[in-house]
Design a binder for this molecule. Structure first.
Ligand code: EPZ
Length: 417
């Protein structure tokens, strides 16, 4: 297992580029199952979860040429299942359920099981598919779904679910008749999937809002060079790194679109953020000012930036109240930040962060994807040396993070056991 050795205390300066969004790439890769032919997708990020999705599609019979511009040939799909060995490493494998059911009338997908940040049920996915006429059984930890042909339906989500919305948009795109999704997730990655499906011939209206209408069509053409949107969470993570190290970072070729809630909070915390033709320029302020956040579905403050923002608040002037409203156990980074000298108290889904003058390097352990980003940021700020164990969590959702940080002047080394 890899670990990072980081000596902190240096302001990071320079220019970096951020690739395609993991959480748009995964549903779009699953959507290739709706067509039958060679799909070409651009700006595909190179990270572990994407490689896991390649493996899952190959398991089903897809022929794949990996790369920033990937080719996924789904002309010879001959297995309609997502086995536990693959799903347990990546919950987003559940995204093949809707496409398999719609295109092949059957799917056997392992229940994802929980993960570090919560129980992560898929009851809303299954309820929606049942409303569209699918027969769903649970057997030995697997979802066994069957449907002659899915039928359009009106589906109301009790609460917005990103992959639930994505699964049902894909299922409805080639169902018989019209589907309406109410209280749908509005994340930019949902809109990106819908835009990609429309480029394949789907008829989808309202993606990016809470009401999405889909007119089922008979078949979809393969994806023809659709470019995935940039990864807003990686962008926001590097903006926050400029803040916590007091440095100056330009993120090339990106816009603040989709980052309104985060950039507003970062500006209030003292960062200078400017959109230029070159990209987003971020300068850390002389001091960091404590601000409160509460995570909400888009367009609110994203839960995927909560851990990183907490690292920033741990060295702010004042006290910050951080309320996590999306997942029931997304404070796994707190104990590790406290090992570095952070002053944080957790009561239920609320963390109270009292800013300290500085953090001290220490050996810590990554527990989940965004927690690991938070620990890297804290280590970049801390005096002395930190060792961050189980970096495989970070590699799931960040593209060559250590190489980018070295290019910005960080003293970081990846060590493999
Ligand atoms: C997506 O997960 C993202 N993953 C997550 O990003 C992100 O944190 C999350 O959305 C929230 O924005 C991908 O897109 C691959 P949800 P998802 O369904 O779809 C409950 C990262 O760091 N719920 O929107 O699994 C659920 O328990 C990852 O990149 C049900 O109760 O999240 C949670 O409390 C982490 N029943 C809430 O809804 C369901 O059937 C939102 O979950 C589905 C969800």
């Amino acid at each position: 297992m890899d670990r990072f050795i980081i000596r902190g205390g240096k302001p990071l300066r320079g220019v970096i580029e951020i690739g395609g969004a993991k959480n748009a790439a995964l549903p779009i890769m699953a959507a290739t199952l709706l067509s039958s032919g060679v799909n070409r997708i651009c700006r595909v990020p190179d990270m572990k979860d994407v490689r896991t999705m390649y493996g899952l599609l190959r398991h089903m019979g897809a022929q794949i040429i990996e790369g920033g511009s990937a080719e996924i040939d789904t002309g010879r799909i001959n297995k309609y299942e997502a086995p536990y060995e693959l799903v347990k490493t990546m919950r987003a494998s559940v995204l093949v359920l809707g496409p398999l059911l719609a295109r092949y009338g059957q799917a056997r997908v392992s229940l994802p099981g929980g993960c570090a940040i919560g129980a992560r049920p898929i009851d809303l996915h299954l309820a929606g598919l049942q409303k569209m006429g699918s027969k769903i059984e649970l057997e030995a930890g697997y979802v066994i779904a069957k449907a002659k042909r899915l039928k359009g339906a009106v589906i109301h989500f009790d609460n917005p679910t990103v992959t639930g919305t994505e699964n049902l948009i894909m299922a409805a795109s080639i169902a018989k008749g019209n589907t309406v999704l109410e209280n749908a997730a509005m994340e930019p990655e949902v809109k990106d999937l819908a835009d990609c499906l429309v480029s394949m011939g789907a008829k989808i209206y309202g993606a990016g809002t809470s009401i999405i209408e889909i007119e089922g069509v008979d078949c979809l053409a393969p994806i023809d060079n659709y470019a995935i949107i940039p990864d807003r969470i990686q962008i926001a993570t590097f903006m926050t790194i400029a803040g916590i190290t007091g440095g100056k970072i330009t993120i090339k070729g990106c816009s603040l679109e989709h980052l309104e809630a985060v950039s507003e909070k970062l500006r209030e915390a003292g960062l200078q953020i400017e959109q230029t033709t070159e990209g987003i320029k971020v300068k850390g302020g002389r001091e960091i000012i404590a601000r409160d956040i509460k995570t909400m579905p888009y367009p609110g403050f994203p839960t995927d930036m909560q851990a990183q923002f907490m690292a920033l608040m741990s060295v702010a002037r004042g006290t910050s109240i951080i309320r996590e409203n999306i997942f029931e156990n997304r404070f796994m980074h707190v104990a590790e930040l406290k090992r570095m000298g952070a002053d944080i108290n957790v009561d239920g889904n609320v963390a109270t962060v009292r800013g300290v003058k500085n953090l001290k390097g220490a050996p810590v352990m990554a527990t989940d994807l965004r927690a690991s980003a938070s620990l890297v940021m804290a280590a970049l700020r801390a005096e002395g040396e930190s060792v961050i164990h189980r970096i495989y969590h970070l590699d799931r959702g960040y593209e060559r993070m250590d190489e980018k940080l070295i290019a910005l002047g960080a003293n970081i080394k990846r060590v493999s056991d």
